[in-house]
Design a protein around this ligand. Structure first.
Ligand code: SF4
Length: 336
């Protein structure tokens, strides 16, 4: 083992030791326990890896990394238009663990767990128990994909698919590669950001040994989420020739400033990650306080366009249930 690759089980150790007690988190950050709300914690547990906590600023109750994970009393305020299934995914769920919303792509709920529980997550109420991909459901998923020749891409999602052990992931990728009409495999994950040791040698080998083109889409919302350990993890993926993109969610008081969005794009591009999407918030119950209006979002991205070249501008988008693709909110994204 050289320093380039982490120990194979280091990420599982980091998963096991993630902080789940708000009092412990707030004590480590020298903040009062009263900042966390018990009802919100009961409805969606706190979970945050220690590596991410080390990037939070002690003594700052408005730290943008902390606000993404801390249970807040504002989550318990019911807001009209906010629901448990904001993207109506349960209507596009042809078999357990399979979500088929867009013609040529299919999403596989590879895991119900995550390394981090993001308070704004649109799947925070998703019925993962009914969508587990056990051996039988996995065979059904493969049958479904095989019977739909228009599918060219399989997306491993969750939860976070990279909480799945490498041996199982490798088997899944091999099974998917056996379906002739699939061309690409995409992995949507926050693990390389919050537990960078997750980018193991066996994971990279599984993604490069397959005939399928592999794309990893990170989820990183703020430039302070990226430290040297994250840069190293991303470099391992990029050195192997894997395409790495980022999608972020526009969140009030976290990244709703043009300076922050500019830094995010530039920080990621320094390690070869292209900004892909900037999503406005999905109206999920408990997250209304993170919302940024479409008008403000468009102004922010318009300002960003005057500061960065077009390839560093993420596409501002919203997902609207029933539409055949994401809905872009900035049609006039000219290359400047
Ligand atoms: S699915 Fe993604 S956004 Fe949702 S809690 Fe997990 S890591 Fe966060």
């Amino acid at each position: 083992m050289n320093a380039y690759w982490p120990a194979p089980d280091a990420w599982q150790q980091a998963l096991r030791t993630a902080i789940t007690d708000p009092t412990e988190l707030l004590r480590l950050l020298q903040l009062p326990p009263s900042l966390s709300d018990q009802d919100a914690q009961n409805s969606f547990d706190l979970r945050v890896p220690r590596a991410l906590v080390s990037r939070m600023e002690p003594g700052n109750p408005k730290d943008p990394l902390l606000l993404q994970v801390l249970p807040s009393a504002r989550e318990m305020i019911a807001t009209p238009g906010y629901s448990n299934d904001p993207l109506a995914e349960l209507g596009s769920n042809p078999s357990a663990g399979v979500v088929h919303k867009y013609r040529d792509r299919v999403l596989l709920i590879t895991s119900g767990g995550c390394a981090i529980n993001c308070r704004y997550c649109f799947r925070r109420h998703f019925p993962y128990q009914q969508n587990q991909l056990g051996p039988e459901q996995w065979q059904q998923a493969l049958t479904y994909i095989g019977a739909n020749p228009e599918l060219s891409e399989a997306i491993l999602s969750g939860g976070d698919p990279l909480v799945t052990p490498d041996t199982r992931l490798s088997r899944m990728i091999t099974d998917l590669a056996g379906i002739g009409h699939l061309k690409r495999i995409r992995i949507h994950t926050r693990l390389p950001v919050v537990i960078p040791e997750r980018v193991t040698r066996t994971l990279v080998e599984a993604l490069t040994a397959t005939r399928l083109q592999a794309v990893v889409v990170l989820h990183c919302n703020h430039p302070r989420e990226v430290d040297d350990s994250v840069r190293t993890a991303i470099t391992r993926l990029r050195d192997a020739g894997i395409t790495v993109l980022n999608q972020a969610v526009l969140l009030r008081d976290i990244n709703d400033s043009v300076d922050t969005l500019q830094q995010l794009s530039e920080t990621l591009f320094e390690v070869g990650v292209l900004p892909y999407y900037l999503f406005v918030l999905d109206p999920v119950a408990g997250a209304a306080h993170f919302d940024v209006s479409d008008n403000d979002a468009q102004k922010l991205v318009g300002e960003l366009q005057t500061r960065l070249p077009g390839y560093l501008i993420p596409r501002l988008a919203r997902e609207i249930p029933g539409r055949p693709s994401k809905t872009l909110l900035t049609p006039d994204q000219t290359d400047v």
